[in-house]
Structures are given as C-alpha cells and as structure tokens.
Design a protein around this ligand. Structure first.
Ligand code: FAD
Length: 387
C-alpha cells in the first residue's frame, strides 16, 4: 500500500493547482454573482487536456487514470466549484462513462469533441416525479426503423441549458423495471429535443442547471450506449464514479474554505491575539483538517478501485462512503469556515460565503445522504463482493 502520489501525479497536481490559483480563483466570485458558465476556464481545460483526462489518446484524450481525475478535481474545486463541476460533468459524467460503455462508433463520434472542450456534455436521469427512485423514470424510447423515439422530461440537469450532448436514460421495456432501461447519447440538435426552464439556485451558480424535453426525439439507433435494456449497468457504474468525483469536489471545496479560514485566523486579531491562538478556533481548524484527510483517503480509495476495473458492486460501498462522508464533511467545514471569519464570513467580501452555499448540493446531487446510507446498509448486509 502506497499513500504518496508518484512524480507524474505530483506534476499534474502542481500544474492544475497553478492554473486553478492563477486563472480560475480570480474569476470565482464573478462567475457566482453573474451565474454564468465559466466558458473561458472550460476552453482552457480542454487545451490543457483535462476534459479528456481519462479518455485514451486514440479518442483525443490524455489517457490518464481516475485517480488523476480526483487530483485535478480537488485543485479546481478549491478555487471555484462551478468550474470544477464544469470539468467533472464533462470529464466524468459524460466522457468517462462513454469510455467504459460506448461502442467504437460513439467514442469516435463524440470523445474528441468533448475532450477538446468543443462540445459540452452531461447526463440526464432525474425527472419531475422521479429523483432518488431513478428506476421508476417515465421517459420512454421505442424503436422505429433506424431510430429510437424518445418522449419525456428530465429536470435539474447539469449543463442542460448549454450542453451539446447528453447521456439520457429511458425506459425501453417499461414492464421490466430496472431491466427495461436503456442509455442513449442524445445531441441537442436532434429533432424533437428542446431545452425547458433554467433553474435559479442557492449555489453552484456558475454551473447551469436545466430541464430537457424530448418530444418524439429521433435518436439514431447507433447512439444506444451499452446494451438494449441493460442501461442500469451504465447508470449504476456511472453513479459510482459520480459519487467518487462528488467526494473529490467536496474535498476541494472544503480545502478552499479551510485555507481561507486558516489565513484569516492568522491575520485577524481580537483580545490582543490572532484568532488562531484561541483553542476553540484551533479545535475547529483541527477538525476540518483531520476530516479533510479522511475524506481524501476515501476518495482516493474509490478512484483506485475504479482504476482496478471495479465499477460495479464492490465499488458501491466505497463510493457511497466517499460521497457521504466527504459531502457532509464539506457542509460542516464550510459552515465552520464562515464561523471562523465571523461577520465578514457572512459577506461577499470573502469567499467562504459562496463556498458554504456551494456545499449544500454536495449532500443532495448524485444521490442524497439518505440514499447513500441505504446503499451502505444494503452492502453491509450483503457482505463484501468482488465484481
Ligand atoms: C444543482 C443540481 C445539479 C444536478 N445535476 C443533475 C444531473 O446532471 N443529472 C441528473 O440526472 N440529475 C441531476 N440533479 C438531480 C439530483 O441528482 C437529484 O436532485 C437527487 O438525486 C435527489 O432527487 P430529488 O431531488 O428528486 O429528491 P427526492 O428523491 O424527492 O428526495 C427528497 C428527500 O427525500 C429523501 N428520500 C427519498 N427517498 C428516501 C428513502 N427511501 N428513505 C429516506 N429518505 C428518502 C431524500 O434523501 C431527500 O432528502 C441535480 C440536482 C441539482 C440540485
């Protein structure tokens, strides 16, 4: 067991940290205030090879590992969570999923564009009436000649208002429950695709979230992702990787808040001493730092499992541990960071106010904390499983 990053991973960490601190962090407050997609950061991440970080070079990617993805995600999220989400939605939710489940045709068609930052990707599972109970989705797809015809509505979709290409889950055999779901790659230009409302949000304000409507939407049959009626495999393995990357987003965001709070506690004086001299403030900083380290270890463990090819049942437990622990830690850490900054912490003069707002969605998106507890309990009852 080796706990330190190798020289290539350290180099990646260093490069992304420099980019994040020099170019991404200075834009974070503006992106949040204007609620706009960080298009300039997105383009640069494409040029740097980050968006296709786990995509093999044959399809325009950098050929890296899932652990590389976690390292990059943490650095970006520490600077600007909305930019990190733009990265993760493209690199993990779309690209990594297509790498593992796509046909050669799909990979060749989409991955070069989504890796370069010329196309923006996303995934669409959630519907107006089905969120946590995703398997009860109502969007349908029926085969007609060389096409599948999709009907239904997806909501709360990251990149929905601006994305070019989405992995969309639909029922192809509605009577078969989870065994009647299929996944499709749907372009925003396909006939019958329409964007609905854009949601105004508490946090992640630079990551646009929207509704997608499919009205007899024509999807070429070759855009089926994975096997017909086996979309649940694509969905569940995708959720496992999403949960690990949500863990990394949480670690990065919490680290950003910790660093801001530590800096402030060293500079701000009360009662003739810096705040950091007070033991009650020290206790907060120690707790955040220790929980950060614990969350990062879980995220890395999840990523190493993914890199070892375990994306199914064995990954469930660790992915849910990582997601649950890191997201709850992030909410607590950002809240404590605001507390350490006192009144200034509540204002937009300092970044911790934005960070605390950004943190809340981490305990909800990609499966809520309650759902993670259900998954963990089920896995504990089933016992360890290798897949
Ligand atoms: C900013 C943002 C971005 C998102 N991006 C995407 C995206 O890109 N793609 C996508 O498909 N979706 C996306 N989502 C949707 C997100 O994944 C869902 O909101 C989430 O899975 C929860 O579903 P829900 O909102 O329908 O809540 P519900 O399922 O209605 O749950 C409501 C509450 O009930 C609890 N609950 C539900 N079932 C149980 C149970 N059995 N036991 C105990 N408690 C339970 C939940 O934990 C929660 O607290 C996004 C959401 C947001 C806010």
């Amino acid at each position: 067991m080796e706990f330190s990053l190798n020289s290539e991973q350290k180099l990646l960490e260093d490069n992304v940290r420099k980019f994040a601190q020099r170019e991404v962090a200075p834009l974070a407050a503006t992106i949040d205030r204007e609620a706009r997609f960080p298009v300039e950061n997105f383009k640069k991440m494409g040029e740097m090879g980050l968006l296709g970080i786990t995509v093999p070079q044959a399809w325009g990617g950098a050929g890296g590992t899932y652990l590389d993805m976690m390292i990059a995600t943490e650095e970006l999220a520490a600077a600007c969570t909305s930019t990190a989400v733009a990265f993760a939605a493209n690199a993990t939710l779309f690209n990594d999923n297509v790498v593992h489940n796509g046909s050669e045709t799909i990979k060749r068609k989409y991955l070069p564009g989504t890796s370069a930052g010329d196309l923006i990707g996303g995934i669409a599972m959630t519907e107006p009436d089905t969120g946590s109970d995703v398997v009860s989705m109502r969007t349908s797809a029926r085969r007609e000649g060389d096409y599948y015809v999709l009907n239904g509505t997806k909501i709360l979709i990251t990149n929905g208002p601006i994305g070019d290409v989405f992995i969309v889950y639909a029922k192809t055999d509605p009577l078969q429950g989870s065994n009647g779901i299929s996944a499709f790659v749907v372009e925003a230009t396909f006939p019958g695709f329409r964007r609905g409302k854009t949601f105004a949000k508490l946090g992640w304000r630079g990551s646009p979230t929207g509704e997608l409507v499919f009205e007899d939407c024509l999807v070429p049959a070759e855009n089926l992702l994975g096997s017909l009626n086996r979309g649940i495999v694509v969905l569940m393995s995708g959720l496992n990787s999403e949960r690990v990357v949500m863990g990394a987003l949480s670690v990065g965001l919490a680290r950003g808040a910790y660093e801001a709070a530590l800096r402030y506690a060293q500079e701000r004086h009360q009662f003739g001493q810096p705040l950091v001299a007070f033991q009650l403030i020290q206790e907060k900083l120690v707790t955040i730092a220790m929980h950060l380290e614990m969350a990062r270890l879980l995220v890395y463990k999840g990523a190493v499992l993914m890199d070892g090819g375990h994306r199914g049942r064995q990954a469930n437990l660790v992915a849910s541990y990582a997601k649950l622990f890191a997201s709850e830690m992030c909410m607590a850490a950002t809240t404590e960071a605001v507390q350490i900054l006192g009144g200034y912490g509540f204002t937009q003069d300092y970044p911790v106010e934005r960070m605390m707002r950004d943190a809340k969605i981490h305990t909800i998106g990609g499966g809520t904390s309650e759902i993670q507890k259900m998954i963990i309990m089920r896995a504990l009852l089933e016992g360890p499983q290798l897949d």
